[in-house]
Design a protein around this ligand. Structure first.
Ligand SMILES: *Cc1c(COP(=O)(O)O)cnc(C)c1O
Length: 370
């Protein structure tokens, strides 16, 4: 053992075995590696239209105040969110991305004694935050690539302190009905906190009679997480939020760092909430792009998993990694999902019409080649 390696033995047990989150490849990295230009990234479910004009103007306006600490309470953003959702400011927790909320809830509620239930093929951050604490992950096999709520409720024991549900789920795009979801939450023991991760909530176009925020009145153990990273096009600024009972928000606030959201993030998110036009345009570009991609898959004889998000999983019918690598060489970054136990699939984020076309052209050439 190298002398420096001894430090690993000092890390908490869960951390010693932790496999870090693998993010989508940044455009600049591929540029450096292959010397390509005209690279497109359809790998991290970002908004292909970029941030909205209102958010950009708010950032510009806030620049001269950057010598000052941000408002650690996020007063104005919370006020805008509370108004939008007709809830109390005290029910909101702001995070450095909704990822931070996922980490705060794990840190605030879990010890090594606890179990955490989530689905196979669910978002990769759930096992990471669980393992970092040294709690036990209970992974429930998926049905049709989505959450098996019946099996998940059976997996709950008196040791289960946390259950994670992603709706729609990333990377599969599967959507649970609000009726099944509420029945599940209602059946949980009150000793179990339920995190309902709605990072892609804004993209869900099917008409839903029930709004999950209404459930907050009934279930003090419910935490809904949402984000400005996807539909609002602000992934680079890192703003997400949790909605819950005021008591749960109070608990999360105790472990939150005082200035976890920076000044630009706070003003941009508040402005983005007011930019209904940009959101509408984002959703319509997504709907058209989803159609464009799935029509392209059809022509290629490829199957895909029907998705409620701004991305789609396509079945390559063989190991997807070589196809991912070949796409990189053509300047197209998508996402392999072997780490989600889906080695034959690729996840494609919906881009602009031009980006989708460039991807489909590259994929067609690659599949014809082998
Ligand atoms: C992208 C994503 C998030 C969080 O992203 P942030 O940028 O941290 O807000 C959370 N959950 C799921 C399922 C996601 O795909």
């Amino acid at each position: 053992m190298n002398n420096n390696d001894k430090i690993y033995k000092l890390a908490a047990l869960g951390v010693q075995q932790l496999i870090p989150y693998k993010a989508g490849k940044p455009i600049e990295e591929l540029e450096r590696e292959l010397g390509l230009t005209q690279i497109i990234k359809l790998a991290s479910n970002e908004n292909p239209l970029g941030p909205g004009k209102k958010a950009l103007a708010a950032i510009q306006e806030a620049l001269p105040s950057l010598a000052l600490y941000p408002d650690g309470s996020g007063f104005l953003l919370k006020k805008a969110l509370a108004k939008k959702y007709s809830i109390d400011e005290a029910q909101i927790t702001l995070g450095n991305g909704s990822n931070e909320i996922l980490e705060l809830v794990a840190r605030a509620f879990l010890t090594t004694e606890h179990e955490v239930v989530f689905s196979q093929h669910a978002f990769a951050v759930y096992p990471i935050v669980t393992q970092a604490i040294g709690a036990k992950a209970v992974v429930v096999p998926a049905v049709n690539y989505g959450h098996d709520l019946n099996a998940m409720i059976k997996a709950i024991t008196d040791k289960t302190r946390l259950v994670f549900i992603a709706n729609p789920n990333n990377p599969t795009g599967t959507l649970l009905s609000q009726t099944c979801l509420e029945a599940f939450i209602g059946a949980l023991p009150d000793t179990c906190v339920c995190v309902l991760d709605e990072a892609y909530f804004e993209f869900v176009t099917c008409v839903e009679a029930v709004n999950s925020i209404d459930w907050l009145k009934k279930y003090p153990n419910l935490l809904i997480t949402r984000t400005f990273s996807k539909a609002y096009g602000l992934a680079g600024l890192r703003v997400g939020y949790g909605l819950s009972s005021p008591q749960m928000a109070d608990i999360l606030n105790r472990v939150r760092q005082p200035f976890n959201n920076n000044t630009l993030a706070l003003v941009a998110a508040e402005a983005a909430l007011n930019d209904a036009e940009h959101l509408q345009q984002t959703i319509s570009v997504n709907t058209l792009g989803m159609h464009q991609l799935t029509e392209g898959f059809k022509k290629l004889g490829l199957e895909w998993i029907s998705s409620a998000g701004n991305f789609v999983l396509v079945d390559i019918n063989k190991a997807a990694q070589p196809v991912y690598d070949a796409l990189l060489r053509k300047g197209v970054i998508v996402r392999p999902v072997g780490n989600y136990e889906l080695p034959n699939h690729l996840r494609i984020s919906i881009g602009t019409a031009g980006e989708n076309q460039q991807f489909l052209k590259a994929l067609t050439e690659i599949l014809a080649d082998v």
